[in-house]
Every structure is written in C-alpha cells, then in structure tokens.
Unconditional design. Sequence first.
Length: 133
Amino acid sequence: MNIDFDPTRKISEEDFNFILEAGRLSPSSGGNEPWKFLVVQSEEFREVLTPFVSGATRSLPTASHFVLILARRGLTFDSPYVIKQQTEIKGMPIEVYRSLKSAYVQFYDELHLNTERALLDWSSKQTYLAMGI
C-alpha cells in the first residue's frame, strides 16, 4: 500500500527518537540486533532512492522521516560485532561467551548459516522485527 503523507505535518523529534530507540531495542535472534538504521532527510537523496523503493514512491517525497533498515553482513558467532554485542553491550563475561562456542556452532549448523548469503538472509529477515515497531 502506497501512502501520501501531509507534508505540513511532521513527527516531533522526541517522538521520532522514541520510535528509533524502540526499533533498536527490538528482539532479535541471539540479541545481536543485526541492523543499522539510516535516516534519510535529504530531498536530493530521496530522489536518488525513488527507483529502488517501489513500495514507497509516493510516500517517499512527503514523509516527514524516512528510515532505511540495513542488515549487517557476516554475523558469525566469532565476528567482532557479535562478540562486542554479547560481551560489552549485554555484559556477558568473555569467558562465558567462549564457553558457549559449541552451542553457537550447533545453532549455526542447524540453521545452515554456513555461507555469506545465508548469513545475510538471516540478518535481513530479522530486520522485519525492528521494522514492525
């Protein structure tokens, strides 16, 4: 469904920041938050995006805020991003994280997350959780 927005009405910065934070805190497999939000405010860049966002061609020019949700690549259990998420962000001691290696290996094997494409597909599917907010 393509929506036209009233260009005279804008989401307040407070409300928009709340929405972004809710999206960032959305549940994800393993709590790894495999997404990045890109807020597009530039009218020029929105015009460049138009051919690539077929579901938003009418709403893109009139939306007060437009957010692209990007999926992270290469999220293996031993990637620096995942290790940081688990240890620094979630507070798991590194020794505990390392002790779970066999469980992570089994999890990735069972989901067939053994190629870059499979890992990107998995991350991409999780972005729907954040988008649902």
